[in-house]
Design a protein around this ligand. Structure first.
Ligand SMILES: C[S@@+](CC[C@H](N)C(=O)[O-])C[C@H]1O[C@@H](n2cnc3c(N)ncnc32)[C@H](O)[C@@H]1O
Length: 244
């Protein structure tokens, strides 16, 4: 199967309605436009990786990528493999890791960087962040990362970081739920948190009661203002000026 063949598999999935999840009792598949978004971004021969498994795994398989899906339910893997074979897909490049992504991803050794990744495994905090951290390291420059379920706060925090970051370009949001980003630069290896647009809101005193929050924020702004003024003074005057 190649390219658009993967998109046509979405219609097949919709009409067949295979039940992969929760011991074969639940359908937790990504939505149709999300599956089409994956199909549009994967090409035969790509290296691909996902957390979670299901209809999305069928799409990667149909596209002919060398694909790895990480999820703890081995029975789910067998149902996905059986379904792929029933509809005539070649599963020789499909592999599963039957483990949780937080255990499997740190040690995952791939023969080459990942071209397309999909995060749709465990959705409780901090798992989407953990998945993002380990997958980002394996994604090639120019590679595509699709995040499902961005309205969930535990996923929205990853979306918020990526959307503000110059290292990522938002390609598309599908189904009001899944966001595809292209990687433009590798993560900064140093702890320059203050350069990240995500941290622009520092200091965030929202944990404090209102009166304390106002006092802390005002104090911070006054110090910032004084620092800026000092920086504008000629150096001799600056040395004599009192520090805030
Ligand atoms: C929403 S479903 C994934 C749906 C799939 N992307 C699709 O299109 O059908 C969530 C998946 O995460 C898996 N999962 C649950 N806990 C996990 C964990 N800790 N690490 C990785 N995957 C996990 C489940 O077994 C299930 O396959």
């Amino acid at each position: 199967m190649r390219d658009n063949a993967a998109a046509s598999i979405v219609d097949r999935l919709m009409s067949d309605g295979p039940v992969f999840h929760a011991s074969g009792t639940r359908v937790w598949n990504a939505l149709p436009d999300t599956l089409r978004l994956l199909a549009a971004n994967v090409s035969a021969g790509d290296r691909t990786l996902e957390t979670g498994a299901g209809a999305s795994t069928v799409i990667f398989t149909a596209a002919g990528s060398e694909h790895t899906a990480v999820s703890p339910a081995a029975d789910e893997h067998q149902r996905i493999r059986d379904y792929c074979q029933t509809i005539g897909l070649d599963t020789s490049q499909l592999s599963f890791i039957a483990d949780t992504s937080d255990a499997a991803l740190p040690a995952l050794a791939l023969d080459r960087p990942v071209d397309v990744a999909f995060i749709d495994g465990k959705h409780s905090f901090p798992h989407p962040v953990i998945d993002f951290h380990f997958i980002e390291q394996r994604l090639s420059l120019g590679g595509v990362l699709v995040l499902d379920d961005i309205p969930m706060p535990a996923v929205a925090v990853v979306y918020g970081f990526m959307h503000g970051s110059p290292d990522w370009e938002l390609i598309e949001v599908a189904d009001h739920r899944a966001a595809a980003f292209r990687k433009l630069a590798a993560a900064d290896p140093d702890d320059n948190w203050h350069l990240q647009p995500f941290n622009r809101g520092y200091p965030d005193y929202s944990f404090a009661p209102l009166s304390q929050r106002i006092r802390l924020t005002t104090h911070h702004r006054v110090r910032q203002g004084a620092r800026k003024l000092r920086a504008q003074l000629p150096s001799g005057v600056r040395r004599a000026a009192p520090r805030q």
